[in-house]
Design a protein around this ligand. Structure first.
Ligand code: DHK
Length: 148
């Protein structure tokens, strides 16, 4: 572990609406709830968390690039950009930090276009369908990876 002991949590488009957005699919936890959960899970393992959400692809790329030197690993729910963004995938590859990809919903049980992820080839693990707990699992796995 380096002296920073920080993780970056990246949330893609429309995740600012968690809590009210299609609750039958995404549940009722808000983005703040999810970030609090990440902070608590990270703190138990001696890490701090920076969290960013954007509805704009380039902002997500900027945030991922900025993680180099400030974070030891990334948890990312790219949301719709999972299925479309070569730019987000390239940014993850460029920074070379360990990545865990999270989806609130089980993307494999939904529309066929949600089954493909540009991000997964750059992820150490992919967690889908566990709702907010998926973020906790992601933080636990990422911190375990970083400590081993
Ligand atoms: C969130 C989204 O916004 C969708 O575009 C993805 C993901 C699934 C989720 O389950 O968290 O397809």
């Amino acid at each position: 572990m380096t002296e920073t002991s920080r993780l970056l949590i990246v949330h893609g488009p429309n995740l600012n609406l968690l809590g009210t957005r299609e609750p039958g699919i995404y549940g009722t936890a808000t983005l703040d709830d999810v970030n609090d959960l990440c902070r608590a899970a990270a703190a138990q393992r001696g890490f701090e968390v920076d969290a960013v959400q954007s509805n704009h692809e380039g902002d997500l790329v900027d945030a991922i690039q900025a993680a180099r030197g400030t974070a030891e690993g990334i948890v990312i729910n790219p949301a719709a950009y999972t299925h479309t963004s070569v730019a987000v995938a390239d940014a993850l590859a460029a920074v070379g930090l360990p990545v865990v990809e999270v989806h609130m919903s089980n993307v494999h049980a939904r529309e066929p276009f949600r089954r493909h992820s540009y991000v997964s080839p750059h992820a150490a693990a992919v967690i889908a369908g566990a709702g907010p707990s998926g973020y906790r699992f992601a933080v636990e796995h990422l911190t375990a990876l970083l400590r081993d």
